[in-house]
Design a binder for this molecule. Structure first.
Ligand SMILES: [Fe+2]
Length: 543
């Protein structure tokens, strides 16, 4: 590097992967109780299975329909390294594995001994390591359960930051990274692994350099880059300034779709970013898209719809953390295993400005009102409260609903909501109406394996055309936009979906678009990028 080192940028195609025990981290791997269950019943199970029969995994990942399944994508190779990683995890996370066993034990205790009488005497029988972390209770039908005092778990050895690392690499194509949720990230010559907990400010220092030049030596030192990593580390930096962000200076409202469920709403006063998931920039690709270059220096409000991997993407969130003023999350249930608290999760990874919104609760800002609307479905009928559709009302002129993956199982719900909100201008809706079975996401949290037919019936599914149309008919939007639902090529790393024209989400969304157009509504399935501008005294213009 040159003598003057204060003018280096981090390249726009430097990817960050937040890892937990080398597994791609998501919110359930930060929240302590869900992390323990995932180590035991997902990570170790998949790794043990690979060690036993790597060829089965190699064959499975070649089948598109098996891509999202529990199969490691190393072509049947690197078995010794996977075994070593599993051994290390068993050793270093022994306390978390004990914690997971204790949870199962507590569950058995409640099922066998909590028969509707006082639970007082059972506290003495709670496994020792869970004592003081749980409250036992009945529902009104005498069904026993327990909940955590989750904040206490974060202040115990069970919040194990030593499992957290970050990986840095250059992205050179949309499809370079394999599906991240079932393959742990082993060492390779193009990735730098750094032992840094997610909350560490050095992540902000590093990613600030994507837009503001900085001191190469300082960042190298801060990340404790070893001499043998230096050549690779150096290749992540450039003297070339990135594309400049063009500030929105119009008098109206600009809404931009960034792919998947990620949408930016800007006026000349405020910026809102929904479910951040941003493509990298600076490499050859075929599909035009907005990237970090199209984000303002400051994001006033990041809005999260629900706690699934593709809507709380730590990869994007950590890179943007230094620009984010506030994060708005749906409030969670209080301490149930399947519904970890998202505010606590964010607080513990370095976001200090997190606001929880309850159903129908409203935040009134200058010229902008944000309301969390109820969200049904997409959570396999589990008691998960951390989900909301987001209603934004700008200057009382432009009203939009980000419905995310809400499945409109009960149309009466939005009929009641509509009485409070009135009509809207724009609806954004996901229509992943096939969905994975319950066990795909929540399996490791179950005390016993669910019957296959029950599991298959309880899916992580959004609205089909009939359910979607009933939202449309209720809120009378002028524009309806259906998300691409994983079709964007740069999402392969997080979305295992490969659709054909016959896939239900495509058939159903086509049907919804047709029905909308037939009644004069502008309707489109998004793909790549989209800008919608709203000017006062004019209709919504989509360009
Ligand atoms: Fe989801």
């Amino acid at each position: 590097m040159a003598a003057s080192e204060n003018n280096y940028y981090l390249k726009p195609n430097v990817a960050l992967e937040a890892l937990y025990d080398r597994w791609y981290a998501w919110a359930h791997l930060v929240s302590p109780a869900t992390a323990a269950m995932n180590i035991k019943d997902r990570h170790l199970k998949i790794m043990d299975s690979y060690v036993q029969n790597p060829k089965i995994h190699a064959a499975a990942v070649k089948k598109p329909e098996m891509l999202g399944g529990p199969f490691i994508d190393y072509g049947g190779k690197r078995v010794d390294e996977i075994k070593k990683l599993a051994d290390e995890i068993r050793d270093k996370r022994a306390h978390l594995l004990q914690f997971a066993d204790a949870l199962n034990e507590l569950n058995t205790l409640l099922q066998e001994h909590a028969k509707g009488y006082s639970l007082k005497s059972l506290y003495a029988k709670v496994p020792e390591i869970l004592k003081g972390f749980v409250e036992l209770y009945y529902d009104l039908n005498d069904q026993p359960n327990f909940r955590f005092f989750e904040a206490l778990l974060y202040n115990s050895e069970f919040y194990d930051e030593s499992a957290q690392t970050i990986a840095l690499q250059l992205v050179e194509s949309d499809t370079q990274r394999s599906f991240v949720l079932s393959t742990p990230r082993l060492d390779d010559e193009s990735t730098i692994h750094a032992k840094i907990p997610f909350r560490h400010p050095v992540i902000d220092q590093l990613f600030r350099m994507k837009r503001t030049p900085g001191d190469y030596s300082a960042i190298k030192k801060a990340l404790q880059i070893k001499p043998e990593q230096e050549e690779l580390f150096e290749s992540l930096f450039t003297l070339e300034a990135p594309k400049e962000y063009e500030k929105y200076t119009g008098q109206g409202i600009r809404t931009r779709y960034f792919g998947h469920a990620c949408i930016l709403v800007e006026t000349n006063e405020i910026s809102l970013l929904v479910d951040p998931l941003i493509s990298y920039d600076g490499y050859e690709n075929d599909v035009p898209r907005f990237t970090t270059a199209h984000l303002p220096d400051q994001l006033d409000y990041v809005l999260i719809t629900h706690n699934h991997q593709d809507h709380v993407l730590l990869e994007t969130l950590l890179q943007l953390r230094h620009r984010i003023k506030n994060v708005v999350v749906p409030s969670s249930g209080k301490g149930n295993l399947q519904d970890p608290n998202l505010k606590l999760m964010f607080n513990n990874i370095g976001f200090n400005n997190v606001i929880e919104l309850d159903e129908m609760e409203t935040m009134k800002l200058d010229g902008c009102v944000i309301t969390a609307l109820p969200f049904l479905g997409e959570h396999s009928d589990l008691d998960v409260r951390c989900k909301s559709c987001i209603h934004v009302n700008l200057h009382n002129k432009y009203k939009v609903i980000f419905a995310a993956d809400s499945q409109n199982i009960e149309p009466k719900l939005y009929e009641r909501v509509h009485k409070m909100t009135g009509d809207i201008d724009v609806l954004f809706l996901g229509m992943e109406c096939d969905g994975a079975p319950l066990s795909w996401l929540y399996g490791p949290l179950l005390p016993k394996k669910m019957d296959r037919d029950k599991d298959q019936s309880r899916r992580l599914a959004g609205s089909d055309s009939r359910e979607g149309m009933s939202i449309v008919n209720q809120f009378n939007p002028k524009d309806v936009f259906v998300y691409a639902m994983g079709l964007e090529p740069w999402l392969e790393f997080i979305s295992s979906i490969k659709y054909t024209d016959q896939s239900k989400p495509i058939v159903e969304s086509n049907l919804l678009l047709e029905k909308c157009r037939a009644i004069g509504i502008n309707a489109e399935r998004l793909f790549g990028e989209k800008t919608i501008e709203y000017h006062e005294h004019a209709e919504v213009v989509s360009v």
